[in-house]
Ligand binder design. Sequence first.
Ligand code: HEC
Length: 110
Amino acid sequence: MRVLTFIGTTAVVLLAVTIGCGGGSEFIGAAAEGEKLVEKYGCRDCHVIRGEGADKAPTLDTVIVEIGEVRARKQIKDPKANNPNSVMPDFGLSEKEQDQILAYLREIQE
Ligand code: HEC
């Protein structure tokens, strides 16, 4: 009986941990997808995100607070829209990808 209780408890704990971690990300839904896109497109090559990354461009940890979501979306959709001389690459992000990246950025604002 004791062994069964132990196995049962372990299973519940493992299940809770699995659900809680959402498959490795602390975020769920669009924000979790946005986190993956930020990795995929290498935004940290230039930006600090959650304290990590290169310091070649403004930190994204406060970007929504600083410039607002409309301007941030404009930038990731077409970097040259805000600044014609921008060195930020145009990643050709779909509308959905823009939504996901913005959802992630909203979550991480300090
Ligand atoms: C090659 C370097 C580089 C990469 C890679 C890069 N950016 Fe940028 N980004 C910049 C620079 C430089 C700026 C400053 C404004 C400008 O010159 O366009 C900027 C500005 C921004 C801004 C507006 C910040 C502000 O305060 O005005 C956002 C939002 C942004 N980038 C998001 C992203 C995201 C999301 C990615 C990844 C998908 C990314 N950037 C990848 C260089 C980069």
